[in-house]
Design a protein around this ligand. Sequence first.
Ligand code: URP
Ligand code: ZN
Length: 466
Amino acid sequence: MGLDTIIRDGTVVNADATWEADIGIADEQVVAVGDATRFPDADKVIDATDRIVMPGVVDPHVHVADMFSGDTYRTATAAAALGGVTTIIDFGWQAWTGEMSPYDRPASLIEGIERKQEKADEAFVDFSLHGGITREDPAVFDDLKMAIESGVTSFKMYTTYEMGLSYGFIDRVLEQLADIGGVAVVHTEDPTICDTRTDMLRAAGRGDPTDYPDSRPDYAEAVSAATVGRLAAEHGAKYYGFHTTSRKALAELERVRSEAGPETIRAETCTHYTALDESVYEEQGNLAMIAPPIRPSADQDALFEHLRRGTLDVVSSDHCGYTRADKDVDDWWDSAFGANGLQTELPVFHDEAVHGRGFSYPALVRVKSALPAKLFGLPRKGAIAPGADADIVVFDPNTTYEIDAADNASISDFTLYQGREVTGGVETTLVRGEPVVEDGELVASPGHGEFVSREPPEWTPDTVLQ
Ligand code: URP
Ligand code: ZN
């Protein structure tokens, strides 16, 4: 049998090793890793001389086509592919009604998951969904098991915003998830602290984006992460802390993780928290209104300490497809929360972590590909090995370019990294063996991306290579 593709002469990186090898691909999978002179011939050969060949990024925190994103699957996953992201996990929301809601009537979690799947027929990269719980209706408990049977094995909850849940209801969900093996992914900021401080600042006439971090302080994040972590530990439920930003929240997560173990407590940060500090509010105003806020540079240092120690497992994008017009409101306090990041997350994090802070390539693969695949039950993603899906990025570690929103495939007409020069860029992205990006250009047709059904994961302890 001939091969479809051979990637030759690259430096292959997995989370546990770096070595010189060729890769053989057939029927969407990696079938050989070794010396291509021993492989059968292939229809296509990709020359990866002087390139890093790594598993595609698995991004478990991406907002597409809902209240936090004007992107369609076509635009968001084009951005993903151009940025070396080969699998995203988006959200299927239980519909609720309210000011932030795009829905006209409440609907079940299962309907929310099906509704989102119907929007995804133009995906360029593979995708999965978290179920999103937005209402304190015990009827949702019956849906959790059905969702897991349909391949949706993780569930998002907010502690804040109008669809935030009380700690009491989160406690009940965690108890159920512990029984059925599901994962809770939670946005943790204490709502009473954030709401009170926001009201106080607004009443005092504080009216500048530089005031924003004071409205959602690091201790509000720490209080909430500690509470949800404590509840998860009590039930032995798997809890993955979304977008961790601060030393204080990390201390709480580390404490509960040391008690309950990595079988129960995991966490991520996002690229923007690692690559930007709070001066972004002076420089970019409410374009950077993201919850939790971007913190002082001392917190950036803390994120890297905890990425190395393993308290932080993953670096995601929390991509939100907003435009300048979405952010351009009379009172910036009413601005939309979130910013785009799918297309830039790998180059920016590579530049910051590998070039700037001496992170190794295996460590990069660990936090961008291997651990997100493991923690969210994607056994065929996140590694280059025989039998894995051929989701592969050929990355030029030495090219230098300037980030410009004019290159965005997302509907977002801005980037928080405008004008930033980064070293390292995505050249080729394969999704299940098919070139979706070649020479930095989108070459596939929309619709190649498939829904990936997930199993409840095992969170065994990991080996952390620096
Ligand atoms: O500001 C953010 N992070 N927007 C996305 C919604 C959320 O909070 O997760
Ligand atoms: Zn969030």
